[in-house]
Design a protein around this ligand. Structure first.
Ligand code: CAA
Length: 389
């Protein structure tokens, strides 16, 4: 019996900043952001959007398509949690009116959390094949203004239905993991912005990739030629090129040509290039981008997947795209969402950046911006108020 991703939906906020504008404001050559990092636009969540509203908006099409009847496990992976105690999954559980028989929990390990959730859910479904699980991954990537990480900011959410005999991607049982206690990127509870040792973080990402890959190769007996396409965690899209080149070196293969890189990676990068880093959602945003936009029918193709969360946890795994997968995608919906986005000017971006949540426990109603199907309407006595639109 195969287990894996049966439905896959992505959501990004309605607002974005063009990185040419950020480069101009910072006095940086625009090619550094667009060519050097491979980023064109960053998604900017408005003040009435957070990880809960983004994740609920990502999940809604799956629930509307009838994917909640047999649901008994909801795992929300995020490193942008909204409460130290209550799982963000429970807010989504309420907004989507999920059955009270469905467990709802939150999971954290930086950008790796959704992969841990996916593997746990696959094991859960393998033990209970008549049941399904819903995995959410949502984050807001936020660094200090004028820091090197600023052009890699972003926001977005992924939702995946995990089921037996999946329509999109059957997850292979083999995997290779690398865990190590390092301080490459972290988010102290008392800070709004992430701290990062940027160049070091890219070296740890690549060293962990080699370690995870070697373990995957030993477990599966597969070489790189087993994969028709490759998806990587994408802090910025150029990172995928560096990763693919490192994999070739680790496998003892000649360096890939630019044409090889375009074929193996190209279609997986389009969405991230236009949203920026989405942390827990990022690898799966790359997978949606690949499946939605690749002109070739990938039915039957094996895809390699590399998940990396700073701190750090890394995992190399793979899956086989299922014949007829296109009928289970939400590609037209994703296209319409990207087409409808609204561009911010630099000052609007900075104004939104400086807005802070009130902490006085009073009554606060937030101005209404354009969001998905849900909004973070305000605060009342330290409680978050959400609205379905
Ligand atoms: N034209 C074309 N390219 C240019 C250029 C120009 N005018 N100017 C610079 N470049 C190139 C550089 O040569 C470099 O390319 P190479 O890596 O191929 O040499 C690229 O643009 C970036 O330049 P720098 O390395 O000088 O950039 P930087 O040091 O200012 O910032 C960064 C890069 C450290 C990654 C920074 O963006 C950062 O801190 N980002 C946040 C941390 C991060 O994303 N880490 C990734 C690994 S950790 C992870 O994956 C978890 C996670 O999600 C956070």
């Amino acid at each position: 019996m195969n287990v894996g991703i049966d439905r896959l939906s992505f959501y990004a906020p309605s607002y974005f900043l063009d990185l040419h504008k950020l480069a101009a404001a910072r006095g940086v050559d625009k090619d550094k952001y667009v060519l050097g990092l491979g980023q064109e636009r960053m998604a900017v969540p408005p003040p009435d959007e957070d990880v809960v509203t983004m994740a609920a908006s990502a999940a809604l099409p799956i629930v509307e398509a009838g994917g909640a009847g047999d649901l008994d496990l909801l795992i929300f992976a995020t490193e942008t949690g909204v409460d130290q105690s209550k799982a963000a999954a429970l807010f989504v559980h309420g907004l989507l009116e999920l059955p009270s028989s469905c467990r709802a929990i939150e999971m954290k390990e930086a950008c790796y959390g959704a992969t841990a959730a996916l593997q746990l859910a696959c094991a859960w479904v393998a033990a209970h094949p008549e049941r399904s699980a819903l995995i959410l991954g949502a984050d807001i990537a936020r660094y200090d203004l004028r820091s090197p990480g600023e052009p890699t900011q972003g926001a977005g959410a992924i939702a995946m239905r995990i089921a037996a005999n999946p329509r999109i991607l059957a997850i292979d049982p083999e995997h290779g993991v690398h865990a190590e206690d390092v301080m490459d990127f972290w988010r102290p509870n008392y800070r709004e912005e992430a701290l990062v040792d940027g160049q070091y973080s890219t070296r740890v990402y690549l060293a962990s990739l080699v370690s995870a890959w070697e373990r995957y190769r030993a477990a599966s007996g597969r070489g790189l030629d087993a994969f028709r396409r490759q998806c990587f965690h994408l802090p910025f899209t150029r990172m995928a090129e560096k990763a693919q080149m490192r994999l070739h070196r680790a496998a003892g293969l000649p360096a890939p040509t630019p044409e090889d890189l375009q074929r193996i990676l190209g279609d997986s990068l389009g969405y991230n290039r236009n949203t920026g880093n989405t942390y827990a959602a990022s690898l799966y945003e790359g997978l949606v981008s690949l499946l939605d936009t690749c002109p070739e029918d990938l039915g039957g193709a094996r895809v390699g997947l590399y998940s990396y969360g700073s701190g750090c946890m890394a995992e190399f795994f793979s899956g086989v795209v299922q014949p007829g997968y296109r009928e289970a995608l939400f590609a037209a919906r994703h296209r319409a969402m990207f087409d409808a986005r609204i561009e911010l000017d630099y000052q609007q971006y900075e104004d939104i950046f400086h807005l802070a949540l009130p902490k006085d426990g009073g009554e606060h109603a937030f101005a209404q911006y354009r969001t998905g199907s849900f909004r973070f309407a305000g605060l009342s006595q330290h409680k978050r108020i959400y609205e379905a639109l």
